[in-house]
Design a protein around this ligand. Structure first.
Ligand code: HEC
Ligand code: HEC
Length: 344
């Protein structure tokens, strides 16, 4: 390389350096592009594929941000639930519920596989759709509180790669976090994968649950332990107020008194039971299915058993076996997973 070429090369280099500096300074208002790390969800092979919209793939940054928002009372600042975090009513140790006297709190378990949300299915669609409801209508999140925070704007940039912090990003981060809240490792899962045995009572209970004898599996279908549908299971003979259930949304007579089938994963931890919390124990629930089902025009046909009508006619031993099986659905890894606990 002679002196002249050298100079040319140097000036070309300088030129490109300078133009890249110029580009940087011109775009200084938007230094917000981010490099995110994909987050791999892990589920047993007998689980269906979860629904993940193309415009909200899971990232480490997004899941971590959603977790913070979930546990932060800042999210409710200036709204009707000021002072609350999501986690105030959704406690990990109780499978993300707390006991209340009003409408029973629904757990946050495996909602990545849900398409209808809330007891009467008021919101249908993806987790993004229900988070939009929670963020905008329920908590009425004041986005300025997050924008003015010393830390959150940076975290939103790192997760979404734009300068503009929006409520849509709050929705997306929370939806990513909800997809992380999966429970797939209870004693029954470990039995199905050959890692453990069930006691005789648990096994008898499983057979009752999964056969026409107890007939629970049609609605509490494995592996999610819910069919994600709505049923009137016969708690009442007539319905008013919130008890009309799905009817309030669809106006269809057959939906009168019908509610979302809750998952039974971690059911031993989420007392009281049913949409109105009327039962305190699993024994009471099983007794209801055994002998307490009441007739009404919209009663789900599955509740009428061939031969025994509205009664299951289970012996005391069968009832206690069924309860023993329900206890195998508790997932200690989920209930105590430090990655699902408060980050604060
Ligand atoms: C004051 C208590 C309370 C707080 C705080 C709360 N929830 Fe809930 N959550 C409930 C109750 C009660 C239900 C059941 C209500 C219904 O179905 O009508 C519920 C249900 C849900 C459901 C539906 C679950 C399903 O299976 O369909 C989602 C999703 C949810 N909450 C998310 C959130 C998020 C996100 C936050 C924070 C932004 C939050 N909740 C804060 C009490 C609360
Ligand atoms: C026809 C569908 C259907 C069948 C069959 C059925 N369930 Fe349910 N189950 C539901 C629905 C829907 C609810 C919620 C009802 C409500 O709150 O009004 C529910 C609620 C429950 C709850 C309380 C859940 C909670 O989070 O509060 C338990 C426990 C339960 N069922 C266990 C069983 C068992 C055990 C059997 C079999 C003996 C059974 N179910 C059969 C649909 C069904």
């Amino acid at each position: 390389m002679n002196g002249r070429t050298f100079l040319l090369v140097v000036s070309a280099l300088l030129g490109s350096l300078m133009s890249s500096c110029r580009r940087d300074s011109k775009e200084a208002a938007a230094p917000c592009a981010a490099v995110t790390t994909p987050y791999q969800l892990d589920h047993p092979s007998y689980f269906p594929k979860p629904l993940i919209p193309n415009d909200n793939p899971l990232t480490r940054e997004g899941v971590a941000l959603g977790r913070m928002l979930y546990y932060d009372t800042l999210l409710s600042r200036n709204g009707p639930f000021e002072g609350f975090a999501c986690a105030s009513c959704h406690d990990q140790a109780r499978s993300f519920t707390v006991p209340t006297s009003g409408t029973n709190v629904l757990p946050h378990v495996n909602l990545a596989w849900s398409t209808h949300f809330l007891w009467n299915g008021k919101v249908s669609g993806t987790l993004e759709d229900v988070m939009r409801f929670e963020v905008n209508d329920f908590f009425q999140v004041d986005i300025n509180v997050l924008k003015e925070h010393r830390d959150y704007p940076k975290r939103f940039r790192q997760a979404f790669g734009t300068c503009d912090l929006t409520s849509d990003q709050v929705v997306k981060a929370l939806a990513q976090w909800f997809r992380r809240m999966s429970s797939t490792n209870n004693k029954f899962d470990r039995y199905l994968t050959g890692q453990t045995n069930l006691t005789t009572a648990e096994l008898q209970g499983a057979m009752l649950f999964l056969s026409e004898v107890g007939d629970c599996f049609h609605c509490h279908a494995t592996p999610l332990m819910t069919d994600n549908a709505f049923h009137n299971i016969g708690l009442e003979t007539s319905f008013t107020g919130f008890d009309v259930g799905r009817y309030a949304i669809t106006g269809a007579p057959m939906d009168m008194g019908a509610f979302k089938t809750p998952t039974l994963r971690n059911i031993a931890l989420t007392a009281p039971y049913m949409h109105d919390g009327r039962f305190q124990t699993l024994e009471e629930v099983v007794e209801f299915y055994n002998s307490g089902v009441q007739h009404s025009a919209s009663l789900d046909p599955l509740m009428t058993k061939p031969g025994t009508g509205l009664q299951l006619g289970l012996s005391p031993e069968q009832r206690s076996d069924l309860v023993a099986f329900l206890h195998t659905l508790s997932d200690d890894t989920f209930l105590t997973d430090p990655e699902l606990a408060s980050p604060f």
